[in-house]
Design a binder for this molecule. Sequence first.
Ligand SMILES: Cc1cc2nc3c(=O)[nH]c(=O)nc-3n(C[C@H](O)[C@H](O)[C@H](O)COP(=O)(O)OP(=O)(O)OC[C@H]3O[C@@H](n4cnc5c(N)ncnc54)[C@H](O)[C@@H]3O)c2cc1C
Length: 409
Amino acid sequence: MKNFDCVVVGGGMVGAASALALAQLGLTVALVEQYEPKSFEKEQKLDLRVSAISLASQYLLEQLSAWSQVMKWRACSYKRLGVWEQEYAYTEFNANDIEQSHLGHIVENRLLQLSLWEQINLQNNIEVFCPERLISLSQNTDKATLVLENSSLMAKLVIAADGANSHVRQLVNIGITSWDYQQSAMLINVKTQQPQQDITWQQYLPTGPVAFLPLSKSSVSVSVENSLEQSEQGGYASLVWYHQRDEIKRLSVLSNQKLQQEVLAVFPKRLGGVEVLDKGAFPLTRRHANTYQKNRVLLLGDAAHTINPMAGQGVNLGFKDVKALQTVISNAIAHGECWHEENVLARYEMMRRKDNLLMQSTMDVLYHAFSHPSPLIKTLRNASLLAVSKVPVLNSAIKNKALAYACGI
Ligand SMILES: Cc1cc2nc3c(=O)[nH]c(=O)nc-3n(C[C@H](O)[C@H](O)[C@H](O)COP(=O)(O)OP(=O)(O)OC[C@H]3O[C@@H](n4cnc5c(N)ncnc54)[C@H](O)[C@@H]3O)c2cc1C
C-alpha cells in the first residue's frame, strides 16, 4: 500500500489545481482520476464547456505556473460586461472602472485542466493514478485508506474534488441541500460575422437569460497580422441560452441550421449573424454540502457546491477553495502546528462556507428577481439597473464594488 500526505480524488480543474497547490507546500500528493485529458491540437474544435476565469483565479493559476500555457494555446480576454433587460436600462461594466486591463478570460475547461496536468507531470512529489477509480474509503484517527480499482493508498488528508455527484462525499455520508432551478442551459458554439469581441453580455428575457461569451481560436498574444486576419473572418463565441427544460430539450434535437434560425430570432440584434458549430445542454442544480469536512476528508469545488452559472462563478469559487486550503496548511506549517489535525483542517471550511453561500444566494436573488413576471417588479429592476448605471454616487458605490467582487479582487 502506497503512503502519501494527501490524496486528491478527481483531476478536473479544481482537483488538479489543489494537487499542485499542496505539492507547492512540499507535501507528497497522489492524484486519482478516471479519465486522462486529451492532448491539444491547434486545429481541434472549440470545446463546449468554457469558463469565465476571474482575475483572482488567473492569479492562482499563475502561481501554479499553469496560466501562460493556456494563453499560448487559446483564450479570449474581455474587458467589458453588458447586462440588461430592456434596452433603455442597458448597463455596462468596464475594466477601466476598477483600474484593470481586463475583467477576465473565457477559457475552454479542457485546456485549463490540461495545462494544470502538464505542470503536475513536472512535479516529483505528485504521483498520478489514471485511469483509476475510487472504490471505497475508510478513516481512523491518524489516516485514511482508499481502495482504488487497481491499488490501495493511505493518506493524512483526502481531497474530494470529484465533481457535483461526488462519490467521496457519498462514501463519507455528507448530505447536501439542493434544488433544481427548473431550467436548463444550452451551450452553443458559433462563428460570428462580427469580429472578435472584447465584451461578454447577458440579456434577461422573461423565459431566462441569453448570454454571449467571446471565444478565440488563437492564443491571446496574437500578432497584429493574425488578429486582422481573424477580424476579417469574423470571431467565435459561446452562446448560453437558459430556458425551461422542455424547451431546451426541443432545441437540443434541432439541426444546427434550424437552431441557428431560432438563435437569430431570440437573441438580441447586437449578436449579428452567426453560424452554429456545436451545441449541448446542461441541467441547472444548486447544491451545497452540509459540511465540507468529515474527519480528514475535505470537499472542494463542485463536490462542495454548485451554483447557477448565470454569472460564471462556479469554478472560480472552486479555485478560491484551493487558495484557502493552501493558506490554511501553509500557515499551520509556518507556526509549527500539525497541519493534518482535524481542528486545523476545520479552518478551511471556516474560510470558505460563508463566501460560497453568499455567492450562491446572490445568484438566487438575481435568478428570482429577473424571472418574476410582475410588471411592477419588472419596472423596479430596470429602474435599478438604470440608476446603477447613470447615478454617479451609485455607480461607484455599487457598480464598481459588484464588479470587483465578481472578479474576486
Ligand atoms: C452550463 C454551465 C456553464 C458554466 N460556466 C461557468 C463559467 O463561466 N465560469 C465558472 O467559473 N464556472 C462555470 N460553470 C461551473 C464549472 O464548470 C464547474 O464549477 C467546474 O467544472 C467544477 O470543477 P471541478 O473540478 O470541481 O469538478 P469537475 O469538472 O466535475 O471534475 C471532477 C473530476 O473528477 C473525476 N471523477 C469523478 N468521480 C471520480 C472517481 N470516483 N474516481 C476518480 N475520478 C473521478 C471526473 O472524471 C472529473 O475529471 C458552469 C457550469 C455549467 C453547468
